[in-house]
Write a new protein. Sequence first.
Length: 170
Amino acid sequence: MKLLGTLMMITCAALAQTPDLKSASGYPKMVQKQVTAWIERAAEKMPEEEYAFKPDPAVRSFGQVLGHIADADYLFCSSALGESNPAPGIEKTKTTKAELKSALHDAFAYCSRAYDTLTDASANETVKAFGQERNKLGVLWFNASHNLEHYGNLVVYMRSKGIVPPSSEK
């Protein structure tokens, strides 16, 4: 009986963490969770000596893309939370693998608050973002889409170096 109770508690906890994909708020939470895991894994897999790699001189380096993602997460999610952007300037100030991995982790943790508080009831609440009134769902969808866009950049950088990106791992 004790084992059954423990299994039921574990199952309920797991279900509570799984976004409801039938709700307006569930899908962006799932997308953000997946893409941030890929980005963090990409940051781990790329050797530090390749953080300065640019496939073309006119684009950001691998490390700068990571910094840009972190900065943007603060921008988007502070808007959704109704807070002032902490604006840490990660892209311009962090260069090492350790600094960038830590900054990404912190930015994703900050952003998790915005996704965790998003509900179907709050999804249409408006916030000031990018000089306009926008609903929270739209702001967080834009953030998740932005992360996916730049994860695509990271994939190209990794493939150029013969590294299998996290989304292609078995």
